[in-house]
Ligand binder design. Structure first.
Ligand code: NAP
Length: 396
């Protein structure tokens, strides 16, 4: 029987890749629901193409348009507004939630699906970063699995299959180093939005592309790895691998290392998450091993990547610190993309927010939501102050 999929974030880079994987294996999957933030036209086009039974859109201003247009092709159920994605997760039937939205908006839908005992194929790393302990507890209580879509975590997940947790010495997350690998902080000072959005190997949405350039994305992945695999931060390493072929490695207590490799193509970890626990026959992604050429691994100096260091610090502090840092980054990257602050200001702002953030426990989703709200407000205030002075003065 075809697996019924609810795909939230269907209009984005990961969402489109998910649909392309499904398109190549139509006999195995059925799209029952689709969701986006404000791309009403694209959502409608996809709903029509995939005969979705329900659609959800966060942007309330497009509600009338959505209803009128959807009625013209058989009328899927429509959810609109701030709670639309959560309600769609609660009130519709599906076998797997594919969470491919950006930012903290991914939190509630994941929690709802897990509470219902439904597996979640998770691209939205902010969910685990902001509320990791609560989310993993919900998964355990609901008897549901979180299947990582991030290529690094999918690699580790695959390397750990059949292994015991106590046999793991270290996790090694690979990073391409982004477009500015090897550049000094002084050279990065005048980096433009266009330069930051030109990633050497992956084609991704704007927020994660900027996060890849600062290595904040790698920091989020360190936090995500700790949540998913229960390995403490001092046993999670980052290593530079410019070719993006080795997606990550696990080092075992006997000295062995396992890695997962393929040409860089997100459709492969997506396929694995969608078909888990099966590995199906597929020609979607083929790697010609004889043509891969030289594969290199180089150390990463954390001192040169303050955003990565801040993520380790937030993870060690625990409680609401990762949620606050992640929310602050969403605001800071948004301000950079709007050209309100410079590239290096992102790290300055995050450093300031983490320094000011109190140590407090995280017991519930409400705690994560509240930390998110406060951190956003603090970050906006800091950025507004910085516009009047210089960001450097506002932060130091
Ligand atoms: N791209 C990658 O290769 C990659 C790899 C690993 C992990 N990830 C993670 O996957 C997630 C998605 O990344 P992406 O690159 O696909 O982003 P993207 O291209 O910017 O797409 C984001 C998607 O989420 C929707 N969305 C955003 N905010 C929303 C909200 N508040 N409510 C409802 N829908 C919302 C967008 O809808 P609209 O079109 O209406 O704005 C869009 O469909 C991120 O957490 C990212 O870190 C991405």
């Amino acid at each position: 029987m075809a697996k019924r999929l609810l795909i939230q974030g269907c209009t984005g880079s990961i969402g489109r890749s998910v649909l392309s994987v499904i398109g190549a294996h139509r006999d195995r999957f059925r799209v029952t629901g689709l969701a986006a933030r404000s791309s009403a036209e694209a959502l409608l086009a996809l709903a029509r193409e995939w005969s979705a039974e329900s659609i959800a859109l966060e942007d309330e201003t497009r509600a009338d348009f959505l209803r009128a247009e959807a009625a013209r092709f058989g009328g899927p159920r429509i959810f609109v507004g701030r709670d639309a994605l959560r309600t769609q997760c609660e009130d519709t039937d599906y076998d797997l939630l594919v969470n491919a939205v950006t930012g903290s908006a991914g939190l509630e839908p994941t929690a709802v699906a897990l509470r219902r005992g439904i597996n979640v194929a998770l691209a939205n790393k902010e969910t685990l970063v902001a509320a990791g302990p609560v989310i993993t507890r919900l998964a355990a209580e609901g008897g549901a699995r979180i299947l990582p879509i991030d290529s690094e975590h999918s690699a580790i997940f695959q390397c750990l299959m059949g292994e015991r947790q106590e046999s793991v010495r270290r996790l090694w997350l690979t990073t391409s180093g982004g477009p500015f690998w090897g550049k000094s902080a002084a050279e990065l000072e005048g980096i433009t939005v266009e330069e930051a959005l030109a990633h050497p190997t992956w084609k991704m949405g704007p927020k994660i592309t900027v996060d890849s350039a600062t290595l904040f994305n790698k920091g989020l992945e360190v936090i995500e790895a700790e949540r998913l695999f229960g390995i403490p931060p001092d046993r999670i390493e980052v290593v530079a691998h410019r070719q993006s072929v080795i997606h990550s490695l696990v080092e075992f207590t006997d000295g062995s290392l396992k890695a997962q490799l393929s040409v860089p193509d997100m459709r492969l970890p997506i396929l694995f998450a969608l078909t888990y626990p099966e590995r199906i026959e597929s020609d979607l992604v083929r790697t010609d091993v004889s043509r891969l050429g030289a594969l290199t691994l180089e150390p990463v100096s954390r001192d040169e990547y303050p955003c990565l260091t801040l993520c380790y610090e937030a993870l060690r502090r625990g409680g609401t610190a990762p949620a606050a840092l992640s929310a602050a980054d969403e605001v800071a990257v948004g301000a950079f993309l709007k050209r309100q602050i410079g590239f290096n200001d992102i790290a300055r702002v995050l450093n300031e927010i983490l320094k000011a953030w109190p140590d407090e426990p995280l017991a519930s989703l409400a705690d994560a939501r509240e930390a998110d709200r406060r951190a956003r407000a603090m970050t906006l205030k800091l950025i507004t102050q910085g516009k009047n002075n210089s960001m450097r003065d506002a932060c130091c």
